[in-house]
Design a protein around this ligand. Structure first.
Ligand code: APR
Length: 176
């Protein structure tokens, strides 16, 4: 599995699957979520509604992932995952790592070979970028190795500004 860093808008990425930093309601929001629904069009929300009416009556739990169409985006699927809200008093790292692991699991079940991730939880959910980068990169790297390894060929982290890109670049270097 190749890990690539890019700076830009995730909705412009031509990949098999784009990961959305959603919330449990799956009904949209601001940040990445807002941009994906705006550019992808109403088909995405329609499928999200259907998921709420069937498998996820109580919403998508934190750390889990589910796929819908990508509507008009230049991708085949959107994989929605719910990151944890950052807490200084409680360690929720396992939930953030789970977002990456479960998203790749969904990507495998779809047969997606290329997947773009935003820095989940680092916006409205306030997770510090450095820590989030370390958790994201090691979760993805772990999923790409070992016996039950993911078949995803390329994971692209799409960072929204130069600062976030630099943090991910440093974290990747430090991992060796
Ligand atoms: N492309 C790539 N990255 C983006 C984009 C974009 N178009 N827009 C925002 N980002 C970056 C932010 O700068 C941040 O670093 O994505 C990261 C995640 O930020 P959020 O989208 O705010 O996601 P998160 O912190 O996980 O909060 C999720 O926000 O929009 C709501 O419905 C969503 O309630 C949920 C919450």
């Amino acid at each position: 599995m190749k890990i690539i860093l890019a700076e830009g808008d995730i909705t412009e990425q031509s990949v098999d699957a784009i990961v959305n930093a959603a919330n449990s309601s799956l009904m949209g929001g601001g940040g990445v979520d807002g941009a994906i629904h705006r550019r992808g069009g109403p088909e995405i929300l329609e499928e999200c509604r259907a998921l709420r009416a069937s498998r996820y009556g109580k919403g998508l739990p934190t750390g889990q992932a589910v796929a819908t169409t990508a509507g008009r985006l230049p991708a085949r699927w959107v994989i929605h995952t719910v990151g944890p809200v950052y807490s200084r008093s409680e360690d929720r790292s396992h939930l953030l790592a789970s977002c990456y692991r479960e998203s790749l699991h969904v990507a495998d079940s779809l047969g997606a070979a290329t997947v773009a991730f935003p820095a989940v939880s680092t916006g409205i959910y306030r997770w510090p970028m450095e820590d989030a980068a370390r958790i994201a990169l090691s979760a993805v790297r772990q999923a790409g190795s070992g016996v039950a390894q993911s078949a995803v060929r390329e994971v692209r982290f799409v960072l929204f500004n130069p600062g976030a890109y630099a943090v991910f670049e440093r974290a990747l270097e430090q991992m060796g």
